[in-house]
Ligand binder design. Structure first.
Ligand SMILES: Cc1cc2nc3c(=O)[nH]c(=O)nc-3n(C[C@H](O)[C@H](O)[C@H](O)COP(=O)(O)O)c2cc1C
Length: 332
């Protein structure tokens, strides 16, 4: 049975067998000093380029919005098809297409005006091709005054001939973190990759370098899916990052390893589709939980639905706030 259905169906019973109505629990969280009305966050890149879309996602129930990663200069990205549902999840090679930081500063400013009255913070995602440029873009994006900055050092879809994944090295990850921190007063989340031997070591390095929090995980891979009739890859780029339900157990293990290794708030993601999956991430120590590919499966209602499912779990367990069970599975 779908575990979500099991959660929704289980009644709360008192000692005399009567069904009890437990009070609606408090789902709010604080992430690096920023208040979120609930722990669900729009993951970077799934929908996020324009302030109109950010507002729609916030009104649909997300507790915070992450923008698509932006670079100093505009990037066209790869040709279509850039994203395919392969059955157990998604595979994508978008190529970090974005209009460049100048346009994104404007979009984030407009989004801030629309999201502040809703109490929904905005997280600006940035990436660059060099350690130096990470500092420059951090300074630039700070002009838009996002609530948090997420530093994407972990995209698996780079052109290996010209670009490298910074998150592959604890040393380079720490250098990027230091450079960003030196160039912004805004709290910084550093986004890590599952495609490393020991994610805890990378987490320790960025924590020592001054990160305020960690986001994990970026998509897994790259992976390869073929159309066997044409013997061609389904993506124009050939390989792509794997996301969605298939990667969730890996994401949960990564988040647990990070939470064991460092004392920083973690924005967890990777395959989260239901309230049950949000609870799982919180049990291994996550502070908040981002949702990306699940929008493909459940639409924008996924945020409100996941929150209702988390609330239902909490009422069954008599938890009043997320701290009542956060980290319970950390040592198991
Ligand atoms: C189409 C697509 C585009 C993405 N673009 C970005 C991006 O620009 N920056 C980034 O940090 N992560 C990007 N990601 C990764 C997601 O933010 C997330 O880390 C990953 O998909 C795992 O979460 P999910 O399984 O809930 O989608 C992208 C993922 C997808 C599917």
């Amino acid at each position: 049975m779908d575990p979500t259905v099991a959660l929704a169906q289980a009644p709360s019973l008192s000692a005399d067998g009567q069904e009890e109505i437990a009070p609606w629990p408090d789902l709010s969280v604080e992430l690096c000093g920023v208040r979120l009305p609930n722990p669900t966050v729009l993951a970077s890149g799934i929908l996020g380029l324009s302030h109109e879309v950010f507002e729609r996602v916030a009104r649909a129930g997300a507790g915070a919005i992450t923008t698509k990663s932006c670079s100093l200069q505009p990037r066209p990205g790869w040709h279509n098809p850039v994203i395919v549902d392969w059955g157990q999840g998604l595979i994508n090679a978008v190529g970090l297409s974005n209009p460049g930081v100048e346009v994104m500063v404007d979009e984030i400013r407009k989004a801030r005006e629309r999201l502040r009255p809703l109490g929904v913070p905005i997280i600006a995602s940035i990436f660059a091709n060099s350690i130096y440029d990470f500092g420059t873009i951090a300074r630039y994006i700070s002009e838009a005054e996002p609530d948090l900055i997420e530093v994407n050092i972990s995209c698996p879809n780079l052109d290996a001939r010209f670009e490298e994944m910074f998150a592959a090295s604890p040393y380079v990850s720490a250098q990027v973190t230091r450079r960003v921190k030196d160039n912004t007063p805004i709290p910084v989340l550093v986004k890590l990759s599952p495609n490393v031997e020991n994610i805890a070591k990378v987490a320790e390095a960025v924590a020592k370098a001054g990160a305020d929090g960690i986001s994990a995980i970026n998509s897994l891979g790259p992976g390869l899916v073929l159309d066997i009739e044409t013997a061609q890859p389904v993506l124009h780029n050939g390989v792509g990052g794997v996301s969605g339900p298939a990667i969730r157990p890996i994401a949960v293990r990564c988040v647990r390893d990070i939470c064991r290794a460092v004392d920083l708030p973690v924005l967890a993601m990777g395959g989260v589709t239901t309230g049950r999956d949000v609870v799982e991430m919180l049990l291994v120590g996550a502070t908040a939980v981002a949702i990306g590919s699940a929008i493909h499966y459940r639409g924008l209602d996924v945020f409100a639905q996941a929150c209702a499912e988390v609330a239902d779990y909490m009422r069954r367990h008599r938890y009043r706030c997320l701290d009542d069970f956060r980290g319970q599975a950390l040592q198991r």
